[in-house]
Design a protein around this ligand. Sequence first.
Ligand code: TRP
Length: 446
Amino acid sequence: MSNGRERFSKLGFILAAVGSAVGLGNVWRFSYVAGDSGGAAFLLIYILCIFLVGLPVLLAEFSIGRKGQQDVVGSFNAISPQKPWAIGGFLGVASAFLILSFYGVIAGWVVYFLYSYVTGATGNVGTGEYGDFFGAFIGGAAGPVFWQVLFMIFVVAIVFSGVKKGIELSNKIFMPLLAVILIFLAGYSLTLDGAGEGLTFLFTPDWSAFAQPGVYAAAIGQAFFTLSLGMGAMITYASYLPKDTNLPSAAGTVVTFDTLFAIVAGLVIFPAVFTFGLEPGAGPGLIFITLPEVFNQMGGTGTLFGILFFFLVAIAALSSAISLLEVSVAYAMRKFNWTRRFSAVVVGAVVTLFGIPSALSQGGPLSEFTIFGLPFLDAVDTLTDKYFLPLGGLVIALFVGWGWNKVDALKETGLTNSALGTAWIWFLRIVAPLGIAVILLLNILG
Ligand code: TRP
């Protein structure tokens, strides 16, 4: 099976898939969505969504990619030529492009905070002033764009270097590093006075929260985002796989690590939030305003924690962003017959340019320019999270459940004649599509 396609090693693939999954979604997004949606009740529904919908769809993406041996559009076409399924692929390329455009902006904020902690600039910010510090930064023009562009240069450089020397190598360094820093931070957070309250918030459900439909939509949206599902990032990565990788165990590993990572990130953030009497439902500013307030009150060690924390988040964001860029780069390489390097630079530049309006929309010069009443960044975020990703996930589930010959699909995953295989197919046929369809409807109506 050497058709000249670049290849991951087995370990390299697992680390790259975990690297794609673990990102801003696990720290920035998970903490503010969980904080907003009531903590433990959300966590429970979220874990259900991960196992009932996320895991089967992740495995579906892995088998499509490995069978198709091409980018997301090409893989659909290779398995099922002349059929409309490839629409799911186009949707995927569009989602990857759109998500990366604003992902780069938020990652840029993270890098700016890292820089501010390293240079000691945060030392001049007083208690209660981080809201203004953050607001002044994202409300600027040159600042947010500069840090976004800087971050995107790193993303392009890694994808430019190729599957093995860029993506695999960077993930082999980043992933173990992330785990060590995160566990260290959680260990410290759990010694704080508010640890008990933080744990209660995260693990003892308030049952009334289950009656709110919004929690379900938030949970499934988060499940898709955090597992990098619904747009072919995992299809693209799996297309670089050798035939002998065990896909179900790879999918299980990715889901386990991603979920653990989110929960441990919660163990870092919520004890700190409660210790200093802050609001868990503070919204997207949680890690940019609330946490820095916490670091500030820790005194000298706070700076060290600020550096470690934002370094961790920056690296996690980088390994996810490369998977987003790879989707469009792989597509353009095949479609236009471009080299990897040319494709990485051109696609990277276009995505970055498209992200600039997002960078300027959070209090900056483009704040007044809204789409359906939303600032540019929020509009692109909503469009992808609420509609494109679930829709993409629906197409993927239906494709493997109904479109692709069942015998072949099972053969590709190595689940022929097993109860697990039968369960998988039926989850893709019924459970996942129904769950996704309900949420899509809720989103459209709500
Ligand atoms: N999963 C990543 C995170 O949690 C983000 C991400 C990377 C992503 N690739 C994706 C989200 C594809 C949706 C689809 O930060």
